[in-house]
Design a protein around this ligand. Sequence first.
Ligand code: NZQ
Ligand code: ZN
Length: 386
Amino acid sequence: MNNFEFKNPTKILFGKSQIENIKSEIPKDAKVLMLYGGGSIKKNGIYEQVITALANHEVVEFGGIPANPEYAVLMKALNVIKAKNITYLLAVGGGSVIDGTKFLSAAALYEGKEPWDILTNNIPTLKGMPFGTVLTLPATGSEMNSGAVITREDTKEKLAMGGAGLFPEFSVLDPQVIHSIPHRQLVNGITDAFTHVLEQYLTYPAGANLQDRFSESILQTLIEVAPKILEDQTDYAAASNFMWSCTMALNGLIQKGVPTDWAVHAMGHELTALYGIDHARTLAVIAPSHYEYNFESKKEKLAQYGEHVWNITEGSTEDKARAAIKRTEAFFNELGIDTKLSQYTEDYEGTAEEISKRFKARGWEGLGEHKNLTPKDAEKIVKMAY
Ligand code: NZQ
Ligand code: ZN
């Protein structure tokens, strides 16, 4: 187990009717920009709850942030921040709205000319404009971490950013928001959170028993609650467990002291950038091939995962590891998620070469927990996923 430090400054307000408490979290004299997506919050009552809670605050609104938050739209919001002298941001939405808000938090204080440089030049944000979030879709963990992923349609890019200055000051997690989530987004959320754990767990044994148990318990909880929330979105106990699992999967806790991979996300982001495939679905496409391709270096943890999470106890380490990959793919399929690129686009030929070319141009020579996966390896993995 490696040396580590664990600090997470986001305050969580978890439970029923917590939205009304945001009034005590946002400074009274703040000039608030409330950011949201395509309008779901106006249909499910979340918008009214936020507006009511902030009745005594000065609030300006900016709606229309699309899934995979788009740079051009966010630049319009940045103009509003400057023109209206905004001092506090409030994201009301899923990962896309929260990530867009993180970009704005950084861009609002950025002194360079072109905020896109924050992403292309990997500039960490050590101080951003303060912001809070009201989470409407459990999936990404963005509500309790300091990372964001921003899309640029004109160049078909999707790049990550982050830094210690980009933790939300608070996040409201009211499991009742799950009532109105479309089935497609619910299964995406389960798949995304599940893969977040895999990225921080399916590496090599590091003697970190407690972290391994944390990861396994999140995976087990997701497997347990998935059928319950899909059957009944008003099942509050299942919704609570689902929501907390998603947050805990990517708030930094389970990665402390252990190696992490993240190559599945790196390749997946390119599939979203190129074809607009939902984030979680790109992970379900890449993950099985990635684990198959890196079988030798991952087989011990794959076998442990198979045994502890899926009760696969028969056979050798290799047998259990292979069965664990198959079981994972079957889990995604059972949720209704396709796991081959050709099921999403007919234009898949050449994708692997294009991704390899992009990684090479960015100088990404060492992906994965051993930092030894080259762009050529990524090409082979993506090809296996056709
Ligand atoms: O836009 P509206 O109308 O609000 O509808 C949204 C959107 O269409 C809808 N929705 C959200 N909450 C709802 C709801 N509909 C009904 N009722 C509700 N309560 O769901 C749709 C998808 O929303 P989106 O925010 O795009 O989904 P998600 O939370 O999955 O976020 C995906 C984005 O997060 C990034 C992804 O790459 C992608 O851009 N990620 C961010 C991470 C992070 N910051 O840590 C990590 C992840 O790995 C991921 O990369
Ligand atoms: Zn993800």
